[in-house]
Design a binder for this molecule. Structure first.
Ligand SMILES: Cc1cc2nc3c(=O)[nH]c(=O)nc-3n(C[C@H](O)[C@H](O)[C@H](O)COP(=O)(O)OP(=O)(O)OC[C@H]3O[C@@H](n4cnc5c(N)ncnc54)[C@H](O)[C@@H]3O)c2cc1C
Length: 338
């Protein structure tokens, strides 16, 4: 066990070897604020008073987020990016969230609710005041009123950035999940507080490379925004999408994707189901990683950039495969949801 001391809260907690610091903070009841829980927003940046070496190396993503928030990576750590490997004393949190969000905390109103499957819905929100200015791939943090405190969760924007008065999200109701189910229950005219936009999952600027989008489940959300944006731009870049779902009842956005393909021949969506019923599905069976293995040639990988969104295991596997095919790590961007 390793002793973690939260100086500001006057709390100590005995953490297990390798325990995720987010879990430690939750279990200890520490006041460190969290939002994206994925190293993208900087909300949980906290000073390390003693025992920095107990947290292991900083990832490039962590350093970039700290620097983007004007914080010194030698003094601050993102607690959502670290595991505990020794005794540790933490100081004050930097509370960076207002510094990076162009919209600040604001109220939005549901203007359209659209169930897409039994567990996935799309919600369209209108800003009560002001305008939203986001780049495709970014997300908003929703403030969901809990029993005794507000719980914050991140949801990627799925709509086109041209509409500055509205934005849409696409959410899967996670079994036993508080916020995702709360958002599912929202109906037109309900209001909720949000802040953002946040995140560095963005399209590479001025790139002329072909594009490979890879999404599983609601990971399609920021990818959809990116694709809509790209297809609205002049150019001939080939845009492929590998979209993975489990079975036929999970299918959504199929009509939208076919329409986009019919209007834009350079857009090539492929849907693959990992657990389809024995009958009733004539399309691809397997995982998005199978599509990478079978369909991405070495030549294609060398002139393509990839954008990945979904769960961490898929992202790790897909990234490894793309690199084996010769795609440079600098041409692979990702957002992991959990
Ligand atoms: C940057 C970012 C963007 C995101 N964008 C989206 C989005 O566009 N659409 C979307 O649906 N989700 C998105 N998420 C995930 C979302 O923020 C929540 O984590 C998710 O909705 C679960 O929250 P909850 O409060 O309902 O569940 P919690 O109460 O946090 O968790 C309940 C249980 O479910 C498990 N769990 C948590 N999240 C998931 C998950 N995603 N899948 C399976 N099990 C899970 C937990 O381990 C726990 O056991 C995003 C996450 C990040 C970090």
């Amino acid at each position: 066990m390793h002793r973690v001391t939260f100086q500001k809260d006057g709390i100590t907690y005995e953490a297990e070897e390798g325990q995720w610091l987010y879990d430690v903070c939750e279990a200890a009841g520490a006041s460190v604020p969290f939002a994206c829980k994925a190293g993208a927003c900087g909300t949980c940046a906290t000073q390390v008073v003693q025992g920095e070496e107990s947290l292991g190396f900083q990832k490039v993503r962590e350093i970039r987020t700290l620097e983007n928030n004007g914080l010194d990576p030698t003094q601050y750590r993102l607690l959502c990016m670290a595991d505990v490997h020794g005794a540790l004393t933490l100081g004050a949190s930097a509370n960076t969230q207002q510094a990076t969000a162009s919209l600040g905390l604001c109220k939005v109103r549901v203007v359209e609710y659209r169930p897409l499957t039994l567990t996935v819905c799309e919600q369209k929100f209108a800003l009560e005041s002001g305008e939203i200015n986001f780049t495709p791939g970014q997300y908003m943090i929703f403030h969901v009123p809990g029993l005794d405190k507000v719980i914050r969760r991140s949801y990627s924007i799925s709509s086109h950035p041209n509409d500055r008065k509205h934005f849409e999200i696409c959410v899967r109701a996670v079994s036993g999940g508080f916020c995702s189910n709360f958002i599912h229950r929202l109906r037109p005219d309900d209001c909720i507080q949000v802040e953002g936009p946040y995140g560095d999952f963005r399209l590479a600027e001025e790139s002329q490379r072909d594009v490979l989008m890879i999404a599983t489940g609601t990971g399609i959300s920021p990818i959809k925004s990116m694709i809509m944006y790209l297809l609205g731009q002049p150019g001939t870049r080939r845009i492929r999408l590998f979209f993975g779902l489990r079975n036929v009842s999970d299918l959504f956005y199929t009509k939208l994707l076919s329409e986009m393909r019919d209007t834009h021949p350079r857009f090539e969506p492929t849907i693959i189901l990992s657990q389809p019923d024995p009958v009733g599905w004539g399309g691809f069976r397997g995982h998005v990683t199978d599509l990478i293995r079978e369909q991405v040639t070495l030549e294609e990988a060398s002139r393509t950039e990839a954008y990945l969104c979904g769960g961490r295991p898929m992202i790790d596997d897909a990234k490894k495969l793309l690199m084996q095919k010769g795609m440079g790590v600098e041409h692979i961007r990702h957002e992991n949801f959990f």
